[in-house]
Design a binder for this molecule. Sequence first.
Ligand SMILES: [Zn+2]
Length: 99
Amino acid sequence: MRRHKTAKPMRRCIACRESKPQDELIRFVLRDDGPAVDTDGRADGRGFYLCRSEECATTAIKRKAFNRACRRNVEEDKVRRLIEQVLDNDRGGINAKES
Ligand SMILES: [Zn+2]
């Protein structure tokens, strides 16, 4: 049986375009010098989202989804570094959350 949980804000991934709860996505924010990871989800600015998965990371890079989201050309290396930083963190569990 399906339970109704409190509605979470849903956001769309720029790679697979699926809507997911915000906490399953990485939030990026566009700064003057390009996109940055918004770790606590509260930074000002134009934001966009990507799933916390290697698959969507690869898709985003391949399809230049960042360029579209930022409306400018973003270096692929920069994108890759940003994403790796987040995925590494997830894997290492440095940010282990209390539940
Ligand atoms: Zn995705």
